[in-house]
Design a protein around this ligand. Structure first.
Ligand code: ARG
Ligand code: ZN
Length: 874
């Protein structure tokens, strides 16, 4: 059943050109396709032509204009196998599809009053018969026909060649994309939308028309998206020398979308949440996310489209690289320190659990049943860390040389992660053979560090031992090449120059060590025996580092490490120690809490510190993250321990918190300057803390904060504080919010999410009531994520309610959703992943739900793959 990476074979047939005609209507769309096919000279043997098709009503199939006799075509699963095709031929098919019935949102589907497509990974086969694999690249010419009144806008990839009127109120448009592309980048839009237009002149003088579309009511919310697009285009030229290559670039916002966005050539289709933004409806985090995702999809034009993936096992080739690029984009435009911390925090919160879960896979997976299940944090975010390590090892210039060579060699091709590695190695004359293991290893590698001092010779010694997790795919896997950035603090907490034994002169304060063996030893002279090591600065490799720093040492690093990431990491470790000790003592805080309080106080009182960075330093690990590290997981004790810590911190520090809060609230009108964004982040964090701590008069502050808010960041921050603090005024605020934003689906997502995360066993009843709300729909992925995703992932005491009601609700939803949208159902099903760690009673109930899902008749392969893996792990 699973598809194996090792089974790759070059396509037996190529398609040079595709001519499509779509007669578009929501109930039924007719698709006429002409494929210019020829035998692939590189094919391993002479196989018949195979075309993939799913849920197509086939009207006719012709070869070189001749109808096909029935015996010439046979079905093999999703494939139509056609025998006797001449080595060069034109295949014609005509099919009928039903966009309105397509609730899976894959292929051509109806979204509101629009028709649009999502083809990655394997959606094109739901539109027409085709060898639907990324190493088959064709030029496309697309003729669209539709009712003019209903669909005045007709778009596809590339440039528009002509358009005009037809009889019966219909019209047509013809589009041509000169760049050969895989079918997954094909897109069509038929809609009635408003547009914001602008233009960009590339470095070499090309005038590019930029068009961002949304429903007319949201036209005023497109400016930030447009500005972000222009910044992305300029940044890609400046940082990487990459220019846009067509005369037009379209972005379409839709409310019905399975993922974040899609990089279809010149016709990006976006989840509206990553396009629409104005201060009244979008938070600062939304603003940053819009900019990042617009950048991400734009950057795919080179890393993904011009150079694409040979097969879906190589997904990280484009996704890891493009995430790395969008991370750098944000870092260059905003605060590099805050961005790095936020990215690593996300990796630890989302990817580390994948590594430890039943679906653990390498960044380049070895096998899959449903490829949609592998659009994961591992392929994306850990993949980005792998790309970042090349840059760490080769330096910025070396990395750039490697990327230049990659484009020089592979523009217009469908390639592999090995090709990427080869370009990096060849451009820098480096042997990266060992580095390739990062593509194959599964799980989070562990690095154990010990320190020693050779008094005789005056050497300070760092020793490392690396290990991989126990996983069949890791057997006989040798050691990884691990870049480790280090530094030392002196007794006065000042950074020390680092000199390795044998080196002359004074070393820099941060040095790169490259580990290549299981055991590695590094000696330094000119360091005092009590130098304090700071290790894995900038998170230079995606590993778990173990070293037994004392609590005091962590507090020193948290206060003084010159590397902001390391400060954050030390603060996190210290908080985790305090919380772990508390959890083990039945929610009683250990003495080490005093060190944490002092570290927090220093951060709060440091007026020179960027408030956005302060907010990162003051964020505690979530209950879900604490649960990850425990077996068995005591859901309630984790909750109580975290609450006890929040109470203590906020009560002891109340005057400091209040002062910093007031200093952040300067009363100036809304602005999106980094400075203002940072102040809002910190003031909202403090507000929530004071409510968690039940500080005196905090309720009043929250009500004030809510009522005076002139932007969504403050409104949401205060609403969360009121609702989670169970303040009396919360219900009125929720009702007022609902009245105001009833018709705004994106804002209502926030309203659902803030309620879905309120802790406690009564959460289940609340979720059920919210599911009956008129604004909720299981058919809308954003709503499912906002309400049920939040409940399952961010509300442990609710989801794991002892009577099993949270599990039963989730099980029911997954079974129903499976029949509507398998991709979204499969994502949701991962909430059961670590079921066996929750104690016998809860484990039994979760297992029961998993089995009930597995037993459902007609279960999708998407959900089946996830659920069976979870059950096997028991
Ligand atoms: N390539 C898109 C992006 O990362 C994601 C599309 C994934 N879609 C899917 N159905 N798996 O920008
Ligand atoms: Zn992407």
């Amino acid at each position: 059943r699973p598809i194996l990476r090792g089974d790759y074979r070059p396509p037996a047939w190529l398609v040079d050109h595709v001519d499509l005609e779509l007669e578009l209507a929501a109930e039924s769309t007719r698709v006429l396709a002409h494929l210019d096919v020829r035998r692939n000279p590189e094919a391993l043997d002479r196989e018949p032509l195979r075309l993939s098709g799913v849920e197509l009503k086939t009207r006719r199939v012709l070869v070189d204009g001749q109808p096909l006799a029935d015996r010439q075509r046979t079905m093999d699963g999703e494939s139509m196998v056609i025998g006797g095709v001449p080595d060069v031929a034109r295949i014609t098919t005509e099919v009928e599809i039903h966009p309105e019935r397509n609730t899976a949102l894959e292929g051509l589907y109806a979204a509101g009053s629009s028709l649009l497509t999502q083809c990655e990974a394997e959606g094109f086969r739901k539109i027409t018969w085709f060898p639907d694999r990324p190493d088959v690249m064709a030029t496309f010419r697309v003729r669209l026909i539709a009712d003019r009144a209903r669909y005045p806008l007709l778009l596809s990839n590339g440039n528009q060649l002509e358009s005009g009127e037809l009889e019966d109120g219909r019209h047509y448009a013809v589009w041509e994309d000169p760049f050969p592309k895989p079918s997954y980048l094909f897109a069509v839009v038929a809609a009635d939308l408003a547009v914001l237009e602008d233009h960009f002149t590339t470095r070499s003088g090309r005038q590019v028309a930029l068009k961002v579309y949304s429903e007319p009511v949201n036209l005023h919310r497109l400016d930030h998206a447009m500005a972000s697009l222009k910044r992305a285009m300029a940044w890609d030229e400046e940082r990487w020398g990459l220019e846009y290559d067509l005369d037009v670039y379209h972005i379409i916002a839709t409310h019905d979308f399975n993922m974040g966005a899609m990089e279809n050539k010149s016709l990006n289709i976006f989840n509206a949440r990553y396009v629409l933004a104005d201060p009244d409806t979008a938070t600062d985090a939304d603003y940053e996310a819009v900019e990042a995702v617009i950048g991400h999809e734009y950057f795919h034009n080179w890393t993904g489209n011009r150079v694409t993936c040979r097969d879906w096992f190589q997904l990280t080739l484009k996704e890891g690289l493009t995430v790395f690029r969008d991370q750098e984009f944000t870092a260059d435009l905003r605060s590099r320190a805050v961005k790095r911390i936020a990215d690593v925090a996300t990796l630890m919160a989302r990817q580390f659990p994948e590594d430890a879960g039943p679906m653990a896979h390498s960044v380049r997976p070895e096998r899959y049943i449903e490829i949609n299940n592998f659009y994961t944090a591992t392929v994306y975010e850990k993949g980005a860390e792998v790309v970042r390590m090349y840059q760490t090892l080769l330096g910025r210039e070396g990395f750039r040389r490697g990327l230049d060579l990659y484009f020089e060699r592979h523009d217009g091709q469908a390639v592999t992660c090995d090709d990427f590695l080869a370009a990096m190695a060849d451009a820098n004359d480096r042997d990266l053979t060992q580095f390739a293991r990062w593509y194959a290893q599964v799980g989070t590698p562990r690095l154990e560090m010990t320190t020693d001092y050779d008094h005789e010779r005056g050497h300070y010694i760092l020793r490392f031992r690396q290990s991989l997790s126990a996983h069949p795919d890791n057997e006989q896997r040798g050691p990884l090449m691990v870049p480790v950035k280090i530094g030392f603090l002196g007794p006065d907490n000042q950074p020390l120059p680092v000199t390795r034994v044998g080196e002359d002169g004074e070393g820099a304060e941060t040095r790169l060590l490259v580990l290549t063996n299981v055991d590695a030893e590094f000696r330094f002279d000119q360091l005092p025996p009590d130098a304090l090591p700071s290790v894995l600065r900038d998170f230079s490799a995606p590993v778990r580092l173990d070293y037994d720093w004392s609590d005091e040492q962590l507090a020193r690093l948290a206060g003084h490490d010159p590397d902001p990431f390391s400060r954050w990491q030390a603060m996190r470790r210290l908080a985790e120690r305090v919380l772990t000790a508390a959890i083990e003592a039945g929610a009683r805080l250990p003495d080490a809490v005093e060190l944490l309080i002092a570290a927090w106080k220093a951060v709060l009182e440091d007026e020179t510190l960027d408030p956005a960075l302060a907010a990162e330093l003051l964020s505690l690990p979530s209950e879900a993250e604490l649960a990850q590290q425990r077996d068995p997981v005591d859901v309630d004790c984790i909750h109580e321990s975290r609450k006890a810590l929040l109470m203590r911190l906020s009560q002891v520090l109340e005057p400091v918190l209040r002062a910093r809060y007031l200093a952040c609230r300067d009363g100036a009108a809304w602005s999106d300057s980094p400075e203002a964004v940072g102040r809002r982040a910190l003031s909202n964090l403090i507000l929530n803390l004071m409510l968690d701590g039940q500080c005196e008069a905090a309720d009043g502050l929250a009500v004030d904060h809510y009522e005076s808010a002139d932007n969504m960041t403050d409104r949401m921050g205060a609403l969360k504080a009121l609702v989670h603090g169970r303040v009396g005024a919360a219900d009125r605020a929720l009702r007022g919010f609902e009245d105001r934003y009833r018709d705004d689906p994106l804002v209502m997502d926030k309203w659902f999410a803030v309620q879905a995360s309120v802790a406690g066993a009564d959460a289940v009843r609340r979720i059920e009531a919210l599911m009956a709300h008129p604004a909720f729909s299981l058919k809308n992925p954003n709503k499912v994520r906002a309400l049920l995703g939040t409940f399952g992932l961010h509300n442990p005491t609710g989801f794991h309610a002892a009577d099993g009601s949270g599990y039963a609700l989730m099980g029911r939803v997954i079974r129903e959703l499976d029949g509507i949208n398998p991709q979204v159902a499969a994502r949701l099903a991962t909430v059961f992943n670590r079921w066996q760690a929750y104690g016998a009673e809860r484990a039994g109930r979760m297992r029961g739900e998993l089995e009930a899902i597995a037993d459902k008749k007609g279960l999708s392969p998407d959900v089946e793959e996830i659920v069976k893996a979870a059950l096997r792990a028991g």
